[in-house]
Design a protein around this ligand. Structure first.
Ligand SMILES: Cc1ncc(COP(=O)(O)O)c(C=O)c1O
Length: 393
């Protein structure tokens, strides 16, 4: 987290901390800070501030909205989810089966780690109420064509719900261009705080009857916000957007003249441009290590800089542990993209090792990851195991 984001959180708590809509200074400041944050996150998403709601995290917002939307759906109505998604964009919809809804699952091509679009198209029909899709896979980095998904849903009068949690750090979001009905993301993934953000298209928002209290404001975006929000987190999330915008201004020839949205666009482009060659080198280096299998989209397909792999004969956790001991912090397991990991046959082998690159990752770190994995592969190749949990478990 950038210092300025932490400072903003601290400043809010120490100097403006209050509940909203009071007739005194700190409450008025809080109202201003929250509205300012809606504008900042609006600029992050390419959206109007009145379409931006805050919540606890993406998962909680999705559960809340799934339950709210389903109030007006009938048994036999259908929802489509994908096999590539994080459980946070599957579970809340799968739960609706308890209300008699039919949930269909779009399959994933395990060789290319991409969605099977032909199959997906076949699942969407006139009973479909909503298509839930991830913008990018947090397990293997595949970027999905969410605009195509929104078109597909709209063709049958269904809504399109986009989980942009993984994508948000790695690529520019433009909700107008995607034309999705809802999009959720979590600022803690992009230099910010632990809150959730929900964009809702006005026409879609008008059609929802969210679970709410009598005391709650009827209008979007307030109608999705239950109880007191995490004000300091909201303040910090706005500052994270300012940080990205300043990064953009720094990297753009006419940076000083850019408004915040244009600066965010430049910032995201700068981060993408920085991460892309690092990811290419990581993929190339790891692919050359005997026993490594990379799970991700083909070279010409859209992807984030997140690179996942397995090392033959090694439990993913062991690989992560060895890398961790070298100061290289990587994740292992299914990262809650449990369905994909299960279908890939990796659930009993510890899942994947996932190297998540970001704008502060360095070329040196990438080389060190490759070198440590190569060394591990060599040790394994010679028959002696590193760590006491090698092999499948
Ligand atoms: C793709 C994806 N979706 C959803 C989530 C869940 O987000 P949250 O922690 O805000 O509930 C994550 C978290 O890692 C994620 O990577």
């Amino acid at each position: 987290m950038p210092q300025r984001v932490a400072d903003t959180v601290s400043d809010y708590l120490l100097h403006h901390n209050s509940n909203t809509e009071g007739a005194f200074a700190t409450s008025e400041e809080t109202d201003e800070i929250i509205e300012g944050a809606r504008r900042a996150l609006g600029d992050f998403l390419g959206a109007d501030w009145q379409t931006v709601a805050f919540g606890t995290n993406m998962t909680t917002l999705t559960i809340f909205m799934a339950q709210s939307l389903a109030r007006d759906w009938e048994p036999g109505d259908e929802v489509v989810v994908t096999a590539l998604d994080h459980e946070a964009n599957r579970g809340p919809w799968l739960d609706l089966r308890e209300r008699g809804l039919v949930v269909r699952e779009a399959p994933v091509d395990l060789t290319t780690c991409t969605l099977q679009w032909d199959e997906l198209e076949g699942l969407v029909n006139e009973r479909t109420k909503l298509l839930a899709i991830g913008y990018a896979s947090n397990a293997v980095g595949t970027v999905n064509d969410v605009k195509r998904a929104a078109d597909l849903a709209h063709r049958v009068g269904a809504l399109c719900w986009v989980d942009a949690v993984h994508y948000a750090l790695h690529g520019l979001i433009d909700v107008q261009n995607i034309d999705c009905d809802f999009l959720v993301c979590s600022p803690y993934k992009f230099f910010g705080t632990h809150i959730g953000v929900l964009y809702s298209k006005p026409s879609a928002a008008a059609a929802v009857r969210p679970l709410r209290l009598l005391t709650q404001d009827e209008d979007p975006p307030f109608r999705y916000e239950t109880g007191t929000l995490c004000h300091e987190g909201i303040a910090g999330a706005a500052e994270a957007v300012e940080f990205i915008a300043d990064l953009g201004r720094h990297h753009h020839a006419e940076g000083a003249a850019l408004d915040r949205r244009a600066a965010v666009v430049a910032g995201m482009r700068a981060m993408e441009a920085y991460e892309r060659p690092l990811a290419a080198r990581l993929i190339e280096g790891l692919a050359a290590v005997p026993g490594v299998r990379i799970y991700g989209p083909p070279a010409n397909a859209a992807r984030t800089s997140t690179v996942s792999f397995t090392l033959e004969g090694r439990h993913a956790h062991d690989v992560a542990e060895v890398l961790g001991a070298h100061g290289l912090f990587v994740w292992d397991g299914d990262f809650y993209a449990a369905r994909f990991v299960q279908l890939a046959g990796l659930a009993t082998r510890g899942g994947l090792v996932r190297v998540g690159l970001c704008p502060y990752s360095t070329a040196d770190e990438v080389e060190r990851v490759i070198a440590v994995v190569a060394e591990l592969a060599q040790v394994h190749g010679h028959g002696s195991a590193i760590g006491d949990r090698s092999g499948p478990r």
